[in-house]
Design a protein. Structure first.
Length: 216
């Protein structure tokens, strides 16, 4: 375990497991597909880790479902194709996932990363990427699954919060946990300040967890 005191807001964090840097770089580049609905800061953290050679991977495509998602502009900045599959244009969740699978296959994606994907997924996705779908969630799972996880944690009055990266199964925010980071909840925290502290950790552990998963 690592106690980290180098965060910009100088609060300590705890990350587990510790992955030695030499274990993080796989022999061949991992071909990633990213699914995101919002800002895309986790997408960018992965892109930055690749650029910094901390992760041997290539982002083949970003899929987003919300026409206003900021992630599209971020992908453009990195020169990475971004494809909109607007969920409102599909009759069912399965139809949407079928279209997503088709796009991921076109782009030769091996590992699928849900980085702020705000839709329920179906078996269609999991059947096509068995044990190859990863999600990041802003809580210490199995606590506070589902939407507004940070608000749930604040409301519950927990003193330690955090984030989890896990392999995806059909049930929301479930599946084997790959990596977690914990941060303190500070006395005057709002949803925004706590989420910002958690996101610093998300950006740190998501690239590491991808490398860890791809080695197994
Ligand atoms: C993150 O907090 C992630 O844990 C959750 O959605 C948020 C996405 O943030 N699933 P961003 O779009 O990557 O900035």
């Amino acid at each position: 375990m690592i106690f980290n005191s180098t965060l910009t807001d100088s609060t300590p964090s705890l990350i587990s497991p510790v992955v030695p840097p030499n274990l993080l770089v796989t022999d061949s580049p991992i071909k990633l597909g990213i699914m995101a609905s919002g800002s895309g800061s986790n997408f960018e953290a992965i892109a930055q880790a690749i650029a910094d050679k901390q992760l041997n991977a290539q982002i083949q495509v970003v899929i987003y479902n919300n026409p206003n998602a900021q992630v599209a502009a971020r992908a453009q900045k990195w020169g990475i194709p971004a494809v909109l599959h607007n969920h409102r244009e599909f009759a069912s969740r399965e139809d949407l996932d079928q279209q997503i699978v088709q796009t991921l296959q076109q782009f030769n994606v091996e590992w699928l990363i849900m980085a702020g994907w705000m839709r329920l997924i179906t078996q269609v996705l999991l059947d096509n990427f068995p044990n190859q779908v990863i999600n990041i969630h802003p809580s210490l799972l199995p606590s506070f699954k589902g939407v507004r996880a940070v608000e749930q944690a604040l409301k519950a009055g927990v003193k330690i919060a955090g984030c989890s990266v896990h392999l995806v199964s059909l049930e929301v925010d479930s599946g084997p946990i790959l990596m977690q980071a914990a941060v303190p909840v500070l006395p005057n925290d709002t949803h925004e300040t706590l989420h910002a502290r958690i996101q610093l950790e998300e950006h740190r552990i998501l690239p590491q967890a991808i490398a860890l998963a791809a080695q197994k």
